[in-house]
Ligand binder design. Sequence first.
Ligand SMILES: Nc1ncnc2c1ncn2[C@@H]1O[C@H](COP(=O)(O)OP(=O)(O)O)[C@@H](O)[C@H]1O
Ligand SMILES: [Mg+2]
Length: 366
Amino acid sequence: MRVLRLSTEGFRMLAPASIELGSGVNVICGENAQGKTTLLEAVYLLTLNRSFRARTDKELIAFGAERAFIDADVEAGGRQQRIELCYERGRRRSVKVNKVKKSAAELSDTLKAVLFCPEDLQLLREGAAERRRMMDNAISQLRPGYRKLLSSYNTIYENKCAILKNWREDASLLEVLDEFNEGLCRYSARICRYRAAFVRRLEEYAAPIQREFSGEREALTLGYKTVSTVTDPMAEEVAIYEQIALRQSELRRAELESGQCLVGIHKDDMEVELNGLSARSYASQGQTRTAALSLKLAERELFTAETGEQPVLLLDDVLSELDQRRQEFVLNHIRDGQILITCCDESSVARLSGGQVFRLEGGRVL
Ligand SMILES: Nc1ncnc2c1ncn2[C@@H]1O[C@H](COP(=O)(O)OP(=O)(O)O)[C@@H](O)[C@H]1O
Ligand SMILES: [Mg+2]
């Protein structure tokens, strides 16, 4: 997949412009606050219609403007397609693919991208929530229906939490607790299988990347951690259901006493090990950063293998955080498909053989 042309108008601080992107590596170079991340954000919006940094659509609209447009020609699904987004103050955003109005869900079926930004370098150091989000985002891109499963789970989870918090004041709430408990186990069992399968597949791709990245020194393994009673997270759904339900009944009293939902896939984690040791506890800063990047690159390869289409790779400001050898690896290993890399440093540009360079100044492409 590729973005051939990208035009924006009224989008944050970017000057209205239309740029033709190259099919390989595109380096977007400029000083701080010149609009580099904003440009990646525009591409990212074409895939999910949800920004990785804006909380509201309003933020996307340039100060003083009424609306923001993003309009692009992309190559996806083996043909050229046009995606048009419009964000307007006080209105719902509008999405068109090939001139036809679409929902956000349909949009994510058109173009895919894998994004890696500086915060992602901390993926292995963060709490489990970040790794769950990584798994969930990746699976959502691969498996239609997964996002809906998750949101059903979350609804049940929130209801159950409310009961656990308030049953002392209103004992009648306990009448419906079992119903939510049952739903929680059912959805946990389903989601568990998706996540376990994903982690296993991700490892197949991430291990060789990390090996190459580390000059053959580091063996990466991934483990999926879920409810402790689950012996095989890839087993039949009913088997998992029963094991989770067992744990749930063991902790029923503890849940009521603590007012917290203690059993379910909302506590899952993905454990990353380097040479058999937990990366979170033992690996150096550089190693955990590299491993985080390996996981992202693996996610892209996995997606390509499963769908036959290679997502656009968006790398925001990651080069500056890596030493020279690792920078070289990034620039050389990821030679396939379309890549957009932002950087502040001209020396990274010099290290690039081939590819296209865009220089940004004050939101203008020079
Ligand atoms: N809606 C907006 N309208 C105008 N300017 C904006 C808007 N949102 C962000 N900016 C400005 O964009 C700049 C940040 O651009 P960014 O793309 O993050 O820069 P960088 O080149 O460092 O990645 C900031 O100076 C910020 O004030
Ligand atoms: Mg930036």
